[in-house]
Ligand binder design. Structure first.
Ligand code: NDP
Length: 338
């Protein structure tokens, strides 16, 4: 069983060598009476929150930290090989937390979801039909209170979550602008995902001026994925009674001490609502989200771009690439094809 294990807790920017590829011999059989299932892992999801599991910081871990010497744990798609649990049988396709390894013995399979709609691309269950998709849906519709015609700004806009938020906002009839870290991504935003405009924040010496250029009348809604300087610039440009859905702050994840935000007083003077959320509290909305998104996928009204790497050995590099913007779209690792 090939595995990717965490060498030790990480400080600062993670490196590929913080994760090691090893091989362990295992039995491809579930112990009798264990109520567990054995799965063959197919697709792994690389997610920004995983950085927080590589460290132990009181108050900042909202997902349990990884155990050094044990496989990285993440969301993924797998196929049941053997089961001692009533709810699962050989051949079932499932999604949920699995190890970064070829085969995982899941001792509490109640946490896995059986995949019912198999007529859509299976890897979508790591992103579009997984946590990223639900996050875009909940973060936009529940936390932004969007209205037709409003001005929406999204950072990390071409990523797993951002590309969907932009498309949802367009469906709603909003004016939508995204920022991203390369010209290739900017091109995707404008020409593939249908954003009204997009810019490369790395080429903008003055983010405040850039936002004034794209939003001369100000921003109604900011879907926050990055934090730091971008948040400060948005606060300069947000309109009265604007809303900020705080989904993530990836620019801060590798810092020992988060940067300060200077413009928070605008929350008062402009009466802005800024609210953070953790998607773990909204998993019950998956059925509602599926009813909404699956028809849109089938009608070709939603486009989803994945960045796929093949092989467990490439998983560490793929994960680290999230923090430098190497991924173009949802980062997926293929462990095995079905
Ligand atoms: P993405 O697919 O968007 O990948 C991460 C992207 O972040 C990179 O491609 C890069 O894009 C950008 N980025 C990386 N480092 C920086 C930096 N220092 N400054 C600015 N941008 C940076 O990831 P997801 O769509 O999966 O996640 C987006 C956000 O949503 C993250 O902050 C994540 O933590 C959060 N999230 C929150 C959830 C919740 O429950 N609240 C659930 C799921 C995700 P670029 O090239 O454009 O810079």
């Amino acid at each position: 069983n090939k595995q990717v294990i965490l060498r030790d807790y990480v400080t600062g920017f993670p490196k590929e060598t913080d994760m090691i590829l090893t091989t362990k011999t295992i039995k491809l059989k579930v112990p009798e009476g264990s109520k567990s299932v054995l799965v063959k892992n197919l697709y792994l999801s690389c997610d920004p929150y995983m950085r927080s599991c590589m460290t132990k910081i009181e108050g900042r871990n909202y997902v349990p930290p990884f155990t050094p010497g044990s496989p990285i744990i993440g969301m993924g798609v797998a196929k049941v090989l053997d089961s001692d649990h009533l709810n699962f049988k050989e051949g079932d396709l499932v999604s949920g937390f699995i190890g970064w390894e070829e085969y995982s013995l899941i001792t509490m399979p109640e946490g896995l979801s059986k995949i019912k709609n198999t007529d859509v691309q299976l890897s979508y269950y790591t992103g579009l039909l997984g946590i990223a998709g639900l996050t875009a849906y909940v973060g936009f519709y529940e936390f932004c209170s969007p209205k037709k015609g409003e001005n929406v700004f999204i950072s990390a806009a071409s990523g797993a979550v951002g590309q969907l938020v932009g498309q949802f906002a367009k469906i709603m009839g909003c004016y939508v602008v995204g920022s991203a870290g390369s010209n290739e991504k900017v091109d995707l935003l404008k020409n593939k995902f249908g954003f009204d405009a997009a810019f490369n924040y790395k080429e903008e010496p003055d983010l405040d001026a850039a936002l004034k250029r794209y939003f001369p009348e100000g921003i109604d809604i900011y879907f926050e994925n990055v934090g730091g300087k971008m948040l400060d610039a948005v606060l300069e440009n947000i309109r009265d009674r604007g809303r900020i859905s705080v989904c993530g702050m990836i620019s801060q994840y590798n810092l020992e001490k988060p940067e300060g935000v200077h413009n928070l007083f605008y929350l008062i003077t402009k009466q802005v609502r800024m609210e953070g959320f953790l998607i773990g509290g909204y998993l019950h909305l998956f059925p509602k989200y599926f009813d909404f998104i699956i028809p849109l996928i089938k009608e070709g009204k939603i486009i989803y771009i994945e960045d796929t790497v093949e092989g467990l050995e490439n998983a560490p590099g793929a994960l680290i690439g999230l923090y430098t913007g190497r991924n173009v779209g949802k980062q997926v690792v293929v462990v095995a094809h079905e």
